[in-house]
Design a protein around this ligand. Structure first.
Ligand code: PRP
Ligand code: ADE
Length: 178
């Protein structure tokens, strides 16, 4: 059931102090990927949430890099396509980009100009919400492309960084909160 799946996910997240910088408690989701049951639980829980809350989704949009680990699996479950938001300089052809700050640095997010058609209903996915800088940049990119952003999905939410406030009115669904 839902509760045991949430517990399984929670049990497969590790914390590393002072990575990648002093003062950051890094939440590592690698053990989830190493355990097929835990990974299945993540996708089951996301699928359940999406089917319950959205009657139609056109695309899952995943954030570089760890959003790529979960996004395509969910997209396959839902029978929809997957699109990559990458860090700058990785995508060929015409692109659109947005600069942003994250918990431990700066980056620039980029998407192929033809990745999303105006009016398409999309869901954003990543492994973790910290300050919200990354999801906010992806949200901005989607708005530039005139996509309809239905919401976002993350495995982990770091509540004390108040990423949710920064992202309003974008809704964020998370499986595990710290
Ligand atoms: C991490 C994480 C999120 C982002 C969250 O990615 O996977 O994408 O930071 O932080 P924020 O809410 O403060 O923006 P990172 O940029 O470290 O890159 P990676 O996925 O390539 O490791
Ligand atoms: N991305 C931003 N902050 C993070 C953290 N504390 N753990 C893992 N990924 C992160």
């Amino acid at each position: 059931d839902t509760q045991s799946k949430l517990q399984l996910v929670h049990a497969h997240i590790r914390a590393f102090p002072d990575f990648p910088k002093k003062g950051i408690l890094f939440r590592d989701i690698c053990p989830i990927l190493k355990d097929p049951a835990a990974l299945k639980a993540v996708i089951d829980l996301f699928e359940e949430h999406v089917r319950k809350n959205y009657c139609h989704v056109d695309l899952i949009v995943g954030l570089d890099a760890r959003g790529f680990l979960f996004g395509p699996l969910l997209a396959q479950r839902l029978g929809v396509g997957f699109v990559l938001v990458r860090k700058k300089g990785k995508l060929p052809g015409a692109t659109v980009s947005v600069a942003y700050d994250l918990e431990y640095g700066k980056a620039e997010a980029e998407i192929q100009e033809d990745a999303v058609i105006p009016g398409q209903k999309v869901l954003l996915i990543d492994d973790l919400l910290a300050t919200g800088g990354t999801l906010f940049a992806a949200y901005e990119l989607m708005k530039k492309q005139q996509a309809e952003v239905l919401g976002s999905l993350v495995v982990v939410e770091l509540k004390e960084l108040n990423g949710i406030d920064k992202l309003r009115p974008l809704s964020v669904f998370s499986l595990v909160q710290y």
